[in-house]
Structure formats: C-alpha cells, structure tokens
Design a protein around this ligand. Structure first.
Ligand code: GDP
Length: 175
C-alpha cells in the first residue's frame, strides 16, 4: 500500500515524574523497543508515536516526554494540553521520587482534562535489591487516588507494553 495507513484515533499521553526515574527509557522501550544504558537528559520538547490496534481500530499513541524540563519544575501547560492519558513515574529505588508523586498528580490535575486516564508507574523493578518503595505503599496511594498502578522495568522490558496498552485501552473505552 502507498503509505495510506488509516488512523482512527490519536491519543496524547504525557510522561511526568522526577528527573532520572526513567521516563525517556520507558518511552524508548514502548516506541522503538530500545534501551540506552547512559541516556542523557533529553533537551527540547519531544514526543514519539506508536500505532497499536485496539478492538480492530488503529490507535496512534502520541507520547510526550518532559524533555528535561522537570529538573526546573518548568513543565508548561502546553505540555498537558489535549492529553488524554498520563504516566506518573517514580523510581522504586528512590523514595523521594515517590514522595513527589502527590505533587506531580496535583499539577497534572490542575492542568489536564478531568477525564484523563492516569497510570502510576514504579520503574526500575529490576533493581529489587535496592528497593526503597514498598509495592503496597504505591498500591494504596493508587487506589486512594483512583489511578492504575504497575511496576515496570524499561531495562528488562517488563510491563512497559502492558502499562501503555492498559492506558490506551481505557482511553479507547471512554471516548
Ligand atoms: P528521565 O530523566 O526520567 O527521562 O530518566 P532516563 O530515562 O534518562 O533514565 C535515567 C537513568 O536510569 C538512565 O541511566 C537509565 O539508563 C536508567 N534507567 C531507566 N530505566 C531503567 C530501568 O528500568 N532499570 C534500570 N536499572 N535503570 C533504568
């Protein structure tokens, strides 16, 4: 076919959370099935896309990475505009990155559509021996706030696919 790929839906999904929790590697894993050991902080606004099929419909996920802006807590409202899904990411080995999740959630809720589908993501699950955030704490938080929750490893490609497909399917079911 001459590039006439039919797209039924485009869903914007934003990645948020502290610097170095693995947002850009989660994105690289989902969009390109890649992982880079020493990834540099991303500079400049960036999104990547991947098209998946849900219920026989072609759904293009347009996934935005904060591009290093989160270092200065300068994630702008333009970043959240039009987002129908969000991945709220912390690092299971960094307690502080989990403690900051409430703030990120507040910022997200202040900027995004009220029907936005949110997944709490505990990344770096491959580093179990360095765990600083019990899974139960995150589960409780997610339940209280009405969020989906999964632990992922962008390094080992664990649950990254499931996390995105869960969010995209939920969005699909409510549009
Ligand atoms: P960002 O600032 O949130 O985008 O974080 P990056 O994606 O740049 O990742 C920060 C660091 O954590 C990099 O050195 C990554 O290689 C590493 N990293 C990301 N995901 C994982 C993971 O699942 N497991 C491990 N062990 N390291 C990871």
């Amino acid at each position: 076919a001459a590039g006439a790929e039919r797209i039924d839906f485009v869903f914007k999904v934003v990645l948020i959370g502290d610097a170095a929790v693995g947002k850009s590697q989660i994105l690289a894993r989902f969009a390109r099935n890649e992982f880079t050991i020493d990834s540099k902080a991303t500079i400049g606004v960036e999104f990547q896309t991947r098209t998946v099929v849900i219920d026989h419909k072609s759904v293009k996920a347009q996934i935005w990475d904060t591009a290093g802006q989160e270092r200065y807590r300068a994630v702008t409202s333009a970043y959240y505009r039009g987002a129908v899904g969000a991945m709220l990411v912390y690092d299971i080995t960094k307690r502080q990155s989990f403690d900051h999740i409430a703030r990120w959630l507040e910022e997200l809720r202040g900027h995004a559509d009220k029907n936005i589908v949110i997944m709490l993501v505990g990344n770096k699950s491959d580093l179990e021996e360095q765990r600083a955030v019990p899974m139960e704490d995150a589960k409780e938080f997610a339940q209280r706030e009405g969020l989906f929750f999964l632990e992922t490893s962008a390094l080992q490609a664990t649950n990254v696919e499931t996390a995105f497909i869960t969010v995209l399917t939920e969005i699909f079911n409510i549009v």
